[in-house]
Design a protein around this ligand. Structure first.
Ligand code: ZN
Length: 397
């Protein structure tokens, strides 16, 4: 297969391009066989297939049953608790598979979902996840995180059972952390379990605008103390946006030393943070520019889709990216395109880092946009998905 006259963003070029920006590619045997400078002006834009670093496929598409929570995180949590009584394999499977179908059609090559896991025994969603992970192997690499309220880890036996089951199912250990009582000893327990069972960690942390929410800093300290650099991911960190500059920058420097990966969730953050009884001023997006300057790994991810937390949305990562670009002033936009490609590949520990070069997997998005100004709009985001060197519509019409 030949691809002609495509612009490849600078951050995705894993080859020496000199001054060239537009390239012709040949794909063969599922790989990029050659990349050559093109004699023509750009006719489109080429990206590596995006990676979804943070989703909740166990609860998506439930908003018609739960209602939207109108911007109140803890009200959304209570609504989902009630709804969870109806969760079993038969009700979970269709909506979990629907998420993968949608992500696949938009070109996503890997997806990490959190699974609500509030009790010592594994949730019903785990068996569904494991079956889907097998069924989708080769299309979407599926990972899961146990999303457990931090307080559950106060019970040593409960924490140990969760960690053992996560290890058996080859998942990632996680916790929801927000201003808990006795935060430090409970977090320490999570880290001890991760070390004991050889697990990676992925937190929901500081998802609120209280300046006193400082879980991120404690996670960075514990990561260094336990030697888990490069194995810990933190989603949200909204409170960082309202803390004093010097404190926030100091925290980010510590996070960089700890090799933390930070994920911003634009749609959910914008929807759940800030006022609902007036026009919101505070918006809750974490400090992306400062985090990049400090040297942290960064991703943008989708988070909730059509559930009590966020009643809208879908699984097009370019939609999430466009929202992030507009809300956080990520310009020039193509300099940030790694936040939905290489960044999440690193966070998930994938084999391929998402850089384009000869020999790299031919898992690509071929976009109609010819430059970044067209990318932030529906026409430019029109795409052909290429997997293993073949057009998706030819493989699965
Ligand atoms: Zn989440």
């Amino acid at each position: 297969m030949e691809l002609k006259a495509l612009h490849i963003p600078r951050v995705l070029r894993g080859f020496d391009a000199g001054a060239d920006q537009v390239f012709d590619l040949r794909l063969q045997d599922g790989r990029i066989a050659s990349i050559r400078p093109s004699a023509e002006a750009a006719r489109g834009l080429l990206l590596s297939a995006p990676v979804e670093a943070h989703a909740h496929i166990d609860k998506n598409y439930t908003v018609e049953e739960t209602g939207g929570a109108q911007g109140d995180l803890f009200s959304a949590i209570r609504r989902m608790e009630v709804h969870r009584a109806s969760w079993n394999g038969a009700t979970l499977q269709p909506r979990m598979e629907r998420a993968l179908q949608e992500a696949w059609r938009f070109g996503t090559r890997a997806l990490r979902t959190h699974l609500d896991w509030g009790r010592p025994e594994a949730p019903a969603s785990l068996a569904v996840l494991e079956a889907l992970r097998d069924a989708w192997r080769g299309r979407i690499e599926l990972q899961f995180v146990a999303l457990t309220p931090l307080d559950v880890y106060a019970d040593e036996d409960a924490g140990a059972r969760i960690a053992r089951e996560v290890q058996r199912a080859q998942g990632v250990l996680g916790a929801f952390v927000y201003r808990n009582a006795d935060l430090a000893p409970k977090l320490r327990r999570v880290f001890a379990l991760a070390v004991q069972h050889g697990l990676r960690l992925d937190f929901h942390v500081d998802e609120g605008l209280d300046v006193e929410a400082r879980g991120l800093r404690q996670i960075a300290e514990l990561t260094l103390e336990h030697g888990l650099q490069g194995r810990v991911v933190c989603g949200h960190a909204c409170s960082l946006s309202v803390q004093p500059d010097d404190e926030a920058l100091e925290t980010l420097a510590l996070c960089a030393r700890a090799g933390l990966h930070l994920i911003a969730l634009p749609s959910t953050n914008l929807y759940l943070q800030g006022a609902w009884d007036r026009t919101p001023v505070q918006r809750g997006l974490t400090r992306l520019h400062e985090a990049r300057a400090a040297g942290l790994g960064l991703s943008l991810a989708t988070d909730n889709v059509q559930d009590a937390f966020y009643p809208y949305g879908g699984y097009d990562l370019l939609d999430t990216f466009a929202l992030g670009v507009q809300a956080a002033h990520l310009a020039p936009a193509l300099d940030w395109i790694d936040t939905v490609t290489m960044g999440p590949a690193q966070a998930l520990g994938l084999d391929w880092d998402g850089r384009l070069h000869e020999g790299a997997p031919a898992d690509l998005l071929w976009l109609q946009a010819r430059h970044e100004y067209e990318l932030i709009g529906p026409r430019g985001r029109a795409r052909r998905v290429i997997r293993a060197g073949r057009l998706l519509e030819e493989m699965h019409p």
